[in-house]
Design a protein around this ligand. Structure first.
Ligand code: LLP
Length: 444
């Protein structure tokens, strides 16, 4: 049987093509027209690509009925994106009051939300309980105590998972590894019993439903998930026996990678699904537990490929006997990943450049820092001021990590589908930038 591909294995949105004008087209919209209409820098999200990966995930896990796909909102959290993912039947993993509130304001059933984080504040826990967040993944002893106290004051019982550190290292950038032992996240395996004891003997308002782990992000080797599942199921089975419990939820986190450049070879979610389900079924037999509900928390692999960023090319500089820089009107404030993680991206000129000579350039951002480089050494047609550069695979961890560095407003975001384009995040204005400033009377 031919191997099934999934959308996270493509660099570009699935609707990308060159149209009759010779311009790049995404979601049936001419990208040059989008840049003109909405100005640049501009985030563009292709709805078809986004819905396609949701279908991929659902199909990939259809052989394990009790699967819940909880989109990791940290990758990109806006109301319209939440609406789309909700309509596809996904739940939401959130990590802050802001993410909780965004999902809530989008009119989504809060029972489908799972709250993660290593230092949730009292206000955030309070909000989560008031708005009826379905699950809380408890990360540490302080949180257990706080959560029980807050739940008691509201006369509620909270369903929790225990976040554990399984001690697995994956080959990804060290800042985005989370499951290894020396991690700030979760209970060490040796601390689980103390946590369970406390829940059962002292924390009457907490109900433990299962275990949670997350091993890292931008993972290419699916073989790492079976190791994680083995540890989680083994622990669940042990806890069930020792404490006469019936934990029936296992959350294996997110992490499946995407293809930023040709060098990246992320797995198909179909392959990942097969490996995960096989292993889970095997462990259910081996450790004699009832089939638990399986939670997944994919973020990047859901949203990354559907997003591109459009920039307008401005000045350029040929370093004598050195490289050529072309500068764009955005950079590290709308995409921090190259400067933070040395992340690599692929880009294309969106306007027709038929027969133009090519050259190798470095794409520089407009922010006042030498490190603000978006792409090093990429071959592009010879560009001039006003050309539109389309950087691919920027849907995840771009807008969600954007800043106002240099007091530059955050870019707008547009959703495209069937030749239609709609603003889903408006561009920050100069007024927005000063709207939170306060001048004390004594300075007036
Ligand atoms: N679940 C938990 C508990 C997580 O910590 C994360 C990501 C995810 C799920 C989603 O992982 P994903 O499927 O997106 O790989 N800013 C970094 C990525 C940080 C990821 C943090 N945790 C980047 O731009 O690469």
């Amino acid at each position: 049987m031919a191997q099934l591909q999934s959308t996270n294995q493509f660099i570009k949105p699935i609707t990308t093509k060159i149209n009759e004008r010779g311009n790049l087209e995404i979601g049936g919209c001419d990208v040059v027209d989008l840049a003109e209409k909405y100005s640049t820098p501009l985030y563009v999200i292709d709805e078809k690509t986004l819905r396609s990966i949701c279908q991929d995930y659902k199909n990939a896990f259809k052989d394990y009925e009790k699967t819940s796909i909880m989109y990791a909102s940290k990758a990109l959290c806006t109301s319209a994106i939440a609406k789309i993912l909700d309509s596809e039947g996904l739940g939401f993993d959130v990590v802050s009051g802001g993410e909780i509130y965004t999902i809530y304001k989008s009119g989504i059933d809060m029972g489908k939300v799972l709250f993660n984080g290593n230092n949730k504040s009292v206000e955030e826990l309070d909000l989560a309980l008031d708005l009826g967040v379905g699950r809380i993944s408890a990360d540490n002893f302080l949180e257990l105590a706080l959560l029980d106290e807050i739940a008691k004051s509201k006369n509620k019982t909270v369903d929790i998972l225990l976040r554990i550190t399984p001690g697995i290292e994956c080959h990804t950038h060290q800042y985005i590894q989370t499951g290894h032992l020396d991690s700030k996240f979760g209970f060490d395996l040796t601390q689980i019993d103390e946590a369970v004891d406390l829940i059962l003997t002292q924390y009457d308002n907490l109900k433990i439903c299962g275990l949670h782990a997350h091993i890292g992000s931008q993972i290419f080797e699916t073989n790492i998930f079976p190791d994680e599942i083995e540890i989680l199921v083994k622990e669940i089975s042990r806890i069930n026996k020792e404490y006469s419990l019936e934990l029936d939820e296992i959350n294996i986190g997110g992490g499946i990678g995407v293809k930023y450049t040709d060098e990246d070879e992320p797995p198909s979610v179909y392959d990942a699904g097969k490996i995960i389900i096989e292993k889970l079924k095997h462990c259910i037999e081996k450790y004699k537990i009832n089939p638990p509900r399986l939670f997944l928390e994919p973020g990047r692999s859901i949203i990354s490929t559907s997003g591109v960023t459009l920039y307008t090319i401005g000045s350029s500089k040929q370093v004598p006997k050195g490289r050529k820089y072309i500068s764009v009107d955005g950079g590290m404030a709308d995409n921090a990943r190259p400067s933070l993680y040395q992340a690599k991206y692929y880009a294309q000129i969106a306007n027709s450049k038929k027969d133009a000579e090519t050259e190798e350039v470095t794409v520089a951002g407009r922010f006042c820092e030498s490190g603000d480089i978006l792409i090093e050494n990429i071959v592009l047609p010879k560009t001039e001021e006003g050309d539109i550069l389309c950087v691919f695979n920027t849907g995840a961890y771009n807008y969600s990590m954007a800043s106002n560095y240099n007091r530059v407003g955050k870019c707008a975001m547009v959703l495209v589908n069937n030749s239609q384009s709609d603003i889903i995040v408006s561009r920050q204005t100069l007024e927005d930038l000063v709207s939170h400033d306060v001048i004390p009377d004594r300075l007036k």
